[in-house]
Design a protein around this ligand. Structure first.
Ligand SMILES: C[S@@+](CC[C@H](N)C(=O)[O-])C[C@H]1O[C@@H](n2cnc3c(N)ncnc32)[C@H](O)[C@@H]1O
Length: 238
């Protein structure tokens, strides 16, 4: 595992390429680490299992994960996964989708789709759309959120788990982050094309005014106890 971690860390310190289209940059960043992606992200990307559980979906639900990568999150549904009507894993990065094909090969209801989260539309309105650590990597995150809401049935569920930082002055019901947190983490992750944004959570709350939200901190592997803020959001479309 240590050797795989070293390879992943090597790609992370190299950062994301600054040239080419968004899809090309993602492929160049992820292709060399796709095989080891799941084991490292298991420790880095906290709250994903909790998000899937908090979605509380009934059997027969039609689900879309936007920016679904390797499809690992679908496996958090456990035995409920095979009871879903369908789950679509949508991503722009072929190298990660190849892993998804493999991770979900035993599920005939899992569809692996190469497409842009800001424009993709399933053939029908769906019961649930979720993003897991994807909004921070989507340049037009606002359009991606709006697209997600547009593909939901009325009363459908929008789920998000992601890193974030609070605005300079957080809303009274939200966590306020210190100056160090608000300046260090966006710089740290920005190097790898991950953009922690104080606007994400307030925008989700406006889009889905009926919601549950949990604001947390997680340790980052090899960063000596430093903790990065993340949130879990589950909202309902009006
Ligand atoms: C940090 S990874 C998270 C992957 C997965 N959701 C997880 O929890 O492991 C971010 C993902 O967003 C995808 N992504 C970034 N921009 C995208 C876009 N515009 N459309 C679709 N996927 C996108 C990347 O290819 C990558 O798979």
């Amino acid at each position: 595992m240590i050797w795989n971690d070293i390879k992943i860390l090597w790609h992370l310190v190299q950062g994301q390429r600054r040239t080419g289209s968004h899809a090309e940059r993602l492929e160049a960043f992820y292709a060399p680490q796709a095989e080891y992606y799941d084991s490292f992200r298991e420790r880095l990307l906290q709250g994903r299992k909790e998000l899937i559980e908090a979605l509380a979906l009934p059997p027969g639900a039609y689900v879309v994960e936007l920016g679904g990568g390797t499809g690992r999150n679908a496996l958090y549904f456990g035995e409920k996964l095979s009871q879903l009507n369908a789950i679509e894993i949508v991503d722009l990065c072929p190298a990660l989708l190849k892993q998804a094909q493999n991770n979900l090969k035993d599920y005939s209801n899992a569809l692996i789709i190469e497409a842009d989260a800001t424009t993709y539309r399933p053939k029908q309105l769906v019961d649930c759309v979720y993003f897991s650590y994807a909004l921070t990597m989507i340049p037009d995150w606002h359009q991606a959120m709006q697209n997600a809401v547009a593909m939901l049935k009325p009363g459908g569920t929008l789920g998000v788990v992601d890193f974030y930082v609070s605005p300079v002055k957080a809303a009274p019901d939200a966590v306020q982050h210190a100056v160090f947190t608000r300046s260090f983490w966006p710089r740290w992750f920005g190097y790898d094309g991950v953009h922690l944004n104080p606007e994400h959570l307030p925008t989700l709350k406006k889009l889905c005014p009926k919601y549950k939200c949990f604001e947390r901190y997680s340790v980052v592997p090899y960063l000596l106890g430093l903790k990065v803020p993340y949130y879990i959001f589950v909202g309902k479309k009006k």
